[in-house]
Design a protein around this ligand. Structure first.
Ligand SMILES: [Zn+2]
Length: 254
C-alpha cells in the first residue's frame, strides 16, 4: 500500500476529518489533502507525530519499504511488537521484549540465545538447530555487531579459551577460576571508577561488546569480582551491589 492510501485509511478509521487531522499534527488541511492525493509525503517530524497519533510505525506509514528485524534478537517486527521509547514513540530497531521502557533487556548474547531457544525450539526445529542458527545470526545484527571484532574471524571459541587461561593465570587473590565468558554490551559494564581527587573515570566504550563475567569472592562478603576483556586488555575489578562503588584490581594490556 502507498503512503497516501495508508494515511487516508488511518484517518477515516478514526473518524477524523482532514481538518481535524491537520490540527493534531500542526499542518494545514491542504497539506493533508496533498498527502492523500499522493502529491507529497509528510516530512520526518510530521511522520513521527502521525506514528504516535495512529499507533503505527513510520515504516508502516511509508508502506513498509523495509522488513524490520529486531536488531537484538533477529525477530521480524510487526507493528504491535515494535518497542517504544519512554515517551511512547516507536523505536523500530528493536522488539518490545529486547528494548523496554527505554532500556535494553539483554546484555549477554548467551543468555538471549537460551531464552530464544526455549521459545523457538519445536519438534520440527530441535534445540540444537535453533541454537546454531542464532549463534550465526545474532552477531550480524546491529546490537551485537561488534561481537565479531572480539575474535579474529571465526576463531571465537578458541579466543575465549585463551582469554580464560590468561585471566586465571593472573592469580587474583580471592577470585575463583573463570570458567566461562559471556558477551556483554559496553554500556552495562562501563563502571565509573572514583579517582583519589574525587572525580570519576570510565575505561570502556558504551557501544562496544566485551567478554566478561561476574564472580563471587572466595572470602565471602557482599562484593563481587568483575572480569572484562577483549583483544586489547584484561580488566579485573570488584564492586558492591549492582555495580556500586567499583574498585579496579588489574588493568592489563594484552
Ligand atoms: Zn528482539
Amino acid at each position: 500500500m502507498e503512503t497516501k492510501t495508508i494515511i487516508h485509511d488511518l484517518r477515516t478509521k478514526r473518524g477524523l476529518s482532514q481538518d481535524a487531522l491537520a490540527e493534531k499534527v500542526f499542518v494545514t488541511r491542504q497539506a493533508v489533502s496533498r498527502w492523500e492525493n499522493g502529491d507529497t509525503v509528510p516530512n520526518t517530524e510530521t511522520l513521527k507525530l502521525l506514528s504516535g497519533l495512529f499507533g503505527v510505525s513510520i515504516n508502516t506509514l511509508l508502506g513498509s519499504p523495509r522488513q524490520l528485524i529486531c536488531q537484538c534478537c533477529g525477530m521480524p517486527l510487526e507493528d504491535e511488537m515494535v518497542s517504544r521509547e519512554k515517551d511512547g514513540s516507536f523505536n523500530d530497531d528493536y522488539c518490545k521484549w529486547c528494548y523496554a521502557d527505554g532500556e535494553y533487556m539483554y546484555s549477554d548474547m548467551d543468555e538471549l540465545i537460551d531464552v530464544c531457544v526455549r521459545n523457538m525450539a519445536n519438534p520440527e526445529h530441535p534445540e540444537k538447530e535453533v541454537r546454531e542458527y542464532l549463534k550465526k545470526t545474532l552477531p550480524t545484527l546491529d546490537y551485537w555487531k561488534r561481537y565479531e571484532q572480539l575474535g579474529d574471524g571465526g576463531k571465537f571459541d578458541e579466543f575465549k579459551q585463551q582469554l580464560i587461561g590468561e585471566i586465571n593465570a593472573l592469580g587474583v587473590e580471592g577470585m575463583p577460576k573463570v570458567e566461562r565468558l559471556n558477551a556483554l554490551v559496553g554500556s552495562y559494564v562501563n563502571l565509573a571508577y572514583r579517582l583519589p581527587n574525587g572525580s570519576t573515570v570510565k575505561f570502556l566504550d558504551d557501544s562496544a561488546t566485551y567478554l566478561g563475567n561476574q564472580l563471587e569472592c572466595e572470602f565471602g562478603g557482599d562484593r563481587c569480582f568483575g572480569v572484562l576483556a577483549n583483544m586489547d586488555f584484561i580488566l579485573v575489578c570488584t564492586y558492591g551491589e549492582n555495580g556500586s562503588d567499583p574498585e579496579l584490581v588489574i588493568y592489563k594490556k594484552r
